[in-house]
Design a protein around this ligand. Sequence first.
Ligand SMILES: [Zn+2]
Length: 590
Amino acid sequence: MKRSLYREYRPQTFAELVGQDHVARTLRNAVETDAVAHAYVFAGPRGTGKTSTARILAKALNCVGTADAPVEGPTATPCGVCRHCVAIAAGVSLDVIEMDAASNRSIDDVRDLRDKIAFAPVDGRFKVYIIDEVHMLTREAFNALLKTLEEPPANVVFVLATTEPHKIPETIISRCQRFDFRRPQVRDIARLLATIVERENARPGDERGGPRIEIQEAALAEIARHSQGGFRDAIGILDKLITYSEGAIKPVDVLEALGVTDADLLFEITDVVTERRTAEALQFVQRLANEGTDYSQFIRDLLRHLRQLFLLQHLEESARDEASLRALGQTVELDDQLLNRLLPQANNLPPREVIHFIETLGEAQREIRDGLDARLQLELALVKVTRPQLDHSAAALEERLRRLEAGAAAPAGAAAKPIRAARVVETEATPALAPVATPDDAVSPGATAAEAPAATAPPAVEPPEAELTLERVKRAWELILQRVQASSVSLYAMLRDARPSGLEDGRLTVTMPSDFALTRARDAGNAELLAGAIEAALGQLLLPEFVPATGLAAEPAGADQAAAAHNMDFTALIKQAKGTFDAEEMPDDS
Ligand SMILES: [Zn+2]
């Protein structure tokens, strides 16, 4: 039978526990000072060493040492060779009861547990119960367990292991000492894998049952990176690669075995998107198709890549020296090599574009989960992020058209003046995503809020009768920003520090905090988005104009007017859109 590397290299002593120093230290102290608790909760992700640690604790409590070095009581350094240590490591000790709560949920199992608990240790000093996935126990089982924990029998130790500690009743948790097992760092896992390879190669060939293992260090890092912080998974991947690879194992073998995307591709597509090369982005998808790539897996990998960029962009300022940069790499779960590649890309990308990209891909991921065509969703997402103006203005125009079709449109030419808006009651916080309204949904201009169908979105629509003043806009600004946030996080971020500063002739002046924010805010589609949010919150249409903090004088009036004309002539936009609504292309106003 093939040996399992994971079983073989399971940590056997507290010293061998990798990445859980706090747990090892506290347990060792408890054993040495005779302060072992009656019950422990070991909480943490799968594969982080919870059960291994429980077994080491059991050995520490029961080890009797060798004839040369007998052990009289619990020891922090179990010998590993006495009959107790051997039996516990092999999982056959009568004093260490391991059960999996997930598969022991019947009444009989509970009774069985209760009966077994009553027994004193058979052979050793302590009886140790290791209940895996303890949160899966039934209520009856928890009750039985609670009774035992309330009056713990002498020389019995419970280890309750769980990946979901919040599902364990508080009455149980409060009677246990809790340890949280952390996900080990990528470098810890890579180091452990290197040790295993070294130890395997040190064995005689016939014992190893195969040729010497040749594996590149970068391949070990790749395994570590993709094991999601679990030793078990990492060792499992290594095991599989050793079995199936011929010759030296390279990073590309790891990627192939795992079916994950080569990092080069992730860097490439991110560059293509940053430079707005739509055609190349679509050709990229064709390449993926030619290679038989799993689109869902690709989107997952790209999201991971973008998350790393995103974290770097927002954490980097705290990392100026080598040591803090290293710590940063750990947060982002990166090794130095990949970190050094990612930093330039993180520095090149505007943070709001990364956020937009993540959101758009997340949306695609949801659509795919709902059964829509994966390739099309990926293509759509790439077009949206390479042509943001298309995305925004299309959404904004669609919204305007929806209102026009509902028969409640403003009279032509009225867009420049504050109008008594005919409102369609929003059923969604995001106007662009709201279901298309039928005429029945439209509220006649005279209707009060009470007559309108109940709106579920939190910002209440104020009655349109009140005259719209700058003061009212200022009071409603938070509500308006909430609306904006629902449709565009990036615009929301730009407007966070902006303020409404003037209102005249239906034009709302919005003072931007910086030139950067000003330039960004003037991108096509943003004024429409804000106008939509204002209308949704206040029931009236205003045309926002983004101005610099120093006032209008800072910019030549001509340029300002040009910007206004470019961004804000709704009437013309709508006319144009109406005229071409049945055409294949929406107007691109960039
Ligand atoms: Zn021993």
